[in-house]
Ligand binder design. Structure first.
Ligand SMILES: [Zn+2]
Length: 479
């Protein structure tokens, strides 16, 4: 029996193990010079600096011998190499003129006592152009692509190249693109990108849109662009998408509530919605998607301003009661969100499937306003924490571990432990040192459970819920 007669899973596993073994043995370092020599400047070069070979190059080298065995093995290697394609903009650093293209000979450079090279210009979009050319010339390579990831490309030229690469990959499932692709792409580009009912290949499974602040010239070019918003076209269909993520802030044509409301018209089957580190989408935008995918949503991560800790979580204004809506989502499992108001109703439904760490960041309590007295607030808070405890207990009875953290008024509340973590130094002074009855050192900080990160001075304490309520009613702690 020939090795190629083995069942394909077995053969694939053997080739995979061989590739991994090659990867461990192959060159993992490349060399550069300690400083770039410029034309007409005589600078003595003294040493090479070692830097890691990229993950893609490592993978490519590891299948070198496998690719040359037979066509079946070559196909397997192509699939392994092209399954994930990561494109990153070339940033500044040069490739050294006298460095061989054969990576397996790199170790000789350790012996070189007189290194030399010149600064070479490299097109920052060179790699992207190359990928585009490769995939349009060899569709069989593009057919292997399942995941595409683009980072650092924000100009019209690169957006066009990105869309062209995407169009070449019919089996694409996971995509991460800069938001400029949404701003400059046409409706046709997006119909093709989401690939619903186009008759070719598979629809997109996961879409991640990232944003960054742009330098002035790029920002100007983007703002001058007048492409109509592709999501306004009814043919742009998000109904097959399971995961949607927005990450990062920008000032230039940012993704906003209006975009999310348009996306919500068709995004009816999402399982995961993630809005992290951006403040241009408010709770209203988030809710439009949550409502559209209410029957399927399992993961909701909405932390608009994680950069600022939780001191500025104001996530926008809404008129409806979020608590009931969130508590009624039938398949919700992982919840972390920032809302303007919350109350005990959020924890009232014991049929929920929540598990793991549930984080709620809130500005105020439902039905409270600026002139609500401290006693009323304490009553509302007490009910909320009781409801949270009851829900945690109900989930435990069903065999699921759930913990609830509530970020409110500069403190972190752990209803299950009846503890409040925060900075209570001023309250202690106001009480003339008679309060709190008990306190313990806290490892928490304004950035949440992972501590203070050296960003803030001072230390946090943990006190009991009852001590906290006493301080609120006596106005030592302001809500
Ligand atoms: Zn409420």
């Amino acid at each position: 029996m020939q090795i190629n007669d083995l069942p394909s899973e077995l053969l694939s596993n053997i080739l995979y193990l061989a590739t991994k073994a090659n990867e461990a043995e192959n060159e993992t370092f490349t060399y550069g010079l300690s400083q770039a020599p410029l034309p007409l400047v005589k600078a003595k070069l003294t040493k090479y600096v070692r830097g890691p070979v990229t993950a893609e190059a490592l993978r490519w080298d590891a299948t070198r011998s496998i690719r040359s065995v037979c066509s079946a093995w070559h196909d397997w290697a192509a699939s392994y190499n092209f399954e994930h394609v990561f494109e990153q903009r070339w940033k500044g650093a040069e490739r050294w003129a006298d460095l061989t293209m054969q990576r397996q000979k790199y170790s000789f450079y350790e012996l070189n006592t007189r290194p030399n090279g010149v600064a070479l210009y490299r097109d920052p979009y060179g790699s992207l152009k190359h990928t585009d050319r490769l995939f349009s010339a060899i569709p069989s390579a593009a057919n292997h692509v399942r995941r595409l990831w683009f980072n650092g490309f924000y100009v019209a030229q690169s957006d066009k190249l990105i869309l062209s690469v995407i169009a070449s990959c019919p089996e694409l499932s996971f995509l991460s693109v800069p938001w400029t692709v949404l701003r400059r792409g046409s409706a046709d580009d997006w119909v093709d990108l989401l690939n619903v009912n186009t008759g070719v290949g598979k629809p997109l499974h996961s879409l991640e849109i990232t944003a960054v602040a742009l330098p002035a010239d790029h920002a100007k070019a983007l703002e001058a662009d007048d492409t109509p918003n592709p999501v306004m076209d009814p043919r742009v269909d998000f109904s097959a998408l399971k995961r949607l993520k927005f990450f990062g802030n920008t000032l230039h044509k940012p993704i906003g509530d209006e975009d999310l409301q348009l996306i919500a018209r068709t995004a009816t089957n999402l399982e995961c919605l993630d809005l992290t580190n951006l403040s241009t989408i408010s709770v209203a935008g988030m809710l439009s998607i949550v409502k559209a995918s209410s029957q399927t949503l399992q993961v909701l991560e909405h932390s608009p301003r994680s950069d600022d800790g939780f001191y500025h979580p104001y996530p926008g204004h809404i008129d409806e009661h979020v608590c009931e809506l969130i508590a009624s989502l039938p398949r919700m499992r992982d919840l972390s969100m920032s809302v303007p108001y919350m109350c005990a109703d959020l924890f009232a439904n014991h049929e929920v499937r929540w598990q793991g760490d549930c984080q709620i960041r809130t500005v105020d309590i439902c039905n409270c306003s600026a002139d609500t007295g401290a006693h009323t607030r304490v009553e509302h808070l007490r009910k909320t924490f009781d409801a949270a405890r009851a829900l945690v207990a109900a989930r435990r009875r069903m065999g699921h571990k759930l913990s609830i953290e509530i970020f409110f008024a500069g403190c972190i509340f752990y209803p299950e432990q009846r503890l409040v973590h925060g900075d209570f130094a001023l309250a202690e002074i106001s009480s003339n040192g008679n309060w709190p009855l008990h306190k313990q050192a806290s490892t928490k900080g304004p950035y949440g459970t992972s501590g203070v990160y050296e960003k803030e001075e001072g230390y946090w304490d943990a006190i009991s819920e009852e001590d906290y309520f006493t301080a609120v009613t006596r106005h030592w702690v302001q809500l």
